[in-house]
Design a protein around this ligand. Structure first.
Ligand code: PLA
Length: 464
């Protein structure tokens, strides 16, 4: 049904909206910017002017006509595709989410106990302060640095509860954009795909440093050091605290020292993403060693934390941003600015996950039980890793060395399969995985290892 409508929108730009063209084709509306695509997607371009009144030849044209289809997310889009599949053998090895041996989601016993405590105590649902739950902020910084760490004792850490790891990274990115204009963030090549989105959307420039060497299926340590050295002084260096995603390859303690040396030498600011504390080695302290090493040198640093994986609180969106400063006075000011960034973004964070973490970490009995459950989860992943390696080695008659799988740590294995091979994995074998060749071993069972080995061997040898 054709309909013609009269629009007053272009009677005169100043009569309807206070607008003007800026050099980048943006139209300023008050104090905000609206991007208008030129040409066919531009509603204004459909307007024909008849003196002071304009006719819009709009045939049920949506105001959102210019919105194009976004591509599926490279990681979470895999889960959507998995759900849509009706194949019986399908396996979701895309997102890093822990499953039981029966491939079911797992809610930790300590989480259920902490939730029961909340009900018993009759906790309310009042707003949290902008910076989050005080009890959570206290225990999360202590868990990361160790309660006896001088940075904690001297109150040099600005801790603000964030919307899990992602939201905490986003707060830090906004802080960098505001207080370090033009400063670059160095990210590893490869890295967790969302890092680039976070810095792009925060308008923080980034570039990559070498990290993974496909020849050795290991760390390109020389490349990493020389790229960090070559970066402009005072850059932020994003480091995965443990269980590097997607490669599963971490620097050795000795290499961490050398990374710290060059960061210190260049006056860079280390920026840790700790999304897997406890999940790499099974020990919370071991997995925090990299962060603690930098803090012990008296460096200022940023650390984003997540409880998605280690406490299985994926959907609760609980994490924190910690900024270690040289004095408690600076930390207080930094915290005030983080709050200022958070307030117009989401006002204040959700309480449920924060109470769970505060109850678990703050209670010695529950804390002990948590550590045992985390060891159990990390142990199951290690068993699956070993079984996958055993099956690949036994079944692949080509003599290919699959031992790199055993050298990788954490939830993932970086298989080295290329895009076409991963497509074969999905299209032929119904194994859902990311196109960079990463598989989440947390979503694999011992029973499915043989099937997965067949799929990998076929894709590896029969697809180029
Ligand atoms: N940082 C890294 C390195 C991650 O791998 C992830 C999650 C996060 C931060 C953020 O997680 P959070 O916001 O839930 O705390 N990476 C997952 C999920 C597990 C995802 O992509 O969102 C992954 O499959 O890579």
């Amino acid at each position: 049904m054709a309909s013609t409508m009269l629009s007053l929108a272009s009677v005169s730009p100043s009569a309807s909206l206070s607008t003007h063209e800026t050099p980048k084709g943006k139209v300023k509306l008050g104090s905000s910017f609206l991007s208008l695509n030129k040409g066919r997607n531009n509603l204004f371009a459909k307007t024909e002017s008849f003196g002071r009144i304009s006719m819009v030849a709009a045939v049920n044209v949506s105001k959102f006509e210019g919105v194009t289809m976004a591509p599926p997310d490279p990681i979470l889009g895999v889960s959507e595709a998995f759900k849509a599949s009706t194949n019986q053998s399908k396996l979701n090895l895309g997102v890093g989410a822990y499953r039981t041996e029966e491939l079911q989601p797992y809610v930790l016993d300590v989480v259920k106990k902490a939730e029961n405590l909340m009900i018993e105590r009759g906790e309310n649902k009042e707003y949290l302060p902008i910076e989050g739950l005080a009890a959570f902020n206290k225990v999360t910084a202590e868990l990361l640095f160790g309660a006896d760490n001088p940075v904690i004792k001297q109150q040099k850490v600005a801790t603000v509860q964030g919307l899990s790891g992602t939201g905490s990274l986003r707060l830090a990115a906004a802080l960098i954009e505001r207080y370090f204009p033009g400063a670059k963030v160095l990210i590893s090549s490869p890295t967790w795909g969302n890092h680039k989105n976070i810095f792009n959307d925060s308008r923080v420039p980034w570039s990559e440093y070498r990290y993974y060497d496909p020849k050795t299926v290991g760390l390109d340590f020389e490349g990493m050091i020389s790229d960090i050295k070559a970066a402009p002084e005072g850059s932020f260096v994003l480091l995965h605290g443990c269980a590097h995603n997607p490669t599963g390859i971490d620097p050795t303690p000795d290499q961490w020292e050398k990374i710290a040396d060059v960061i210190q030498e260049k006056n860079h600011i280390p920026f840790f993403d700790v999304a897997y504390q406890g999940f790499a080695s099974g020990s919370l302290d071991t997995d925090a060693a990299s962060v603690r090493l930098f803090a012990a040198r008296g460096l200022e640093l940023l650390v984003a934390q997540s409880y998605s994986k280690n406490l299985g609180l994926y959907a609760e969106r609980i994490g924190a941003i910690n900024v270690v400063c040289t004095s408690s006075d600076t930390a207080t000011r930094v915290k005030s600015q983080l709050k200022r960034i958070a307030r117009p973004m989401y006002s204040n964070p959700p309480v449920h996950g924060a109470r769970i973490v505060a109850n678990v970490v703050g209670d010695p009995t529950l804390f002990g039980e948590w550590k045992a459950e985390m060891e159990m989860m990390a142990g199951r992943i290690k068993n699956v890793r070993q079984k996958l390696y055993d099956n690949l080695t036994a079944k692949d008659k080509s003599g290919k060395d699959w031992s790199f799988i055993l050298k990788q740590i954490g939830m993932f294995s970086f298989t080295g399969l290329n895009k076409a091979q991963t497509e074969n994995m999905t299209n032929k074998w119904h194994v859902y995985m990311t196109k960079d060749g990463r598989i989440s071993l947390a979503g694999l069972s011992l029973a499915k290892c043989e099937y997965l080995s067949d799929a990998i061997i076929d894709s590896y040898h029969n697809v180029s």
